[in-house]
Design a protein around this ligand. Structure first.
Ligand SMILES: [Zn+2]
Length: 101
């Protein structure tokens, strides 16, 4: 059996791919999507966590200022991340820190 790649290395590799995708997005969207898919496949294979806020889970577009819409909902204490390409939305809850007297 092939020895396992350390998870820290896999995470780093996947993050590098996402970083490349982000840079490739403005001039080569197809390449960017390919890189995001590759990063995701790698992360799933090694079961490591990827930052959900760096790309769209549906159309694999890397999130940048022209592809991402962020809204905060104070009532439900969530942040809404919407993809501007396919209109997929994700709600990520946050917790307000208690104020210490
Ligand atoms: Zn999308």
């Amino acid at each position: 059996m092939k020895p396992k790649t350390p998870k820290t290395k896999v995470t780093q590799d996947a993050q590098d791919l996402l970083e490349h995708a982000k840079h490739a997005w403005p001039h080569d969207p197809e390449k960017a999507v390919r890189l995001v898919k590759k990063a995701r496949r790698l992360a799933m294979k090694h079961r490591v966590h990827l930052d959900a806020k760096s790309f769209c889970r549906k159309c694999h577009v890397p999130f940048a200022s022209d592809t991402l819409l962020v809204r905060q909902n104070r009532r439900t204490q969530t942040v809404l991340y919407a993809c501007r390409k396919c209109n997929t939305t994700r709600r990520i809850p946050y917790k307000r820190k208690p104020i210490h007297a």
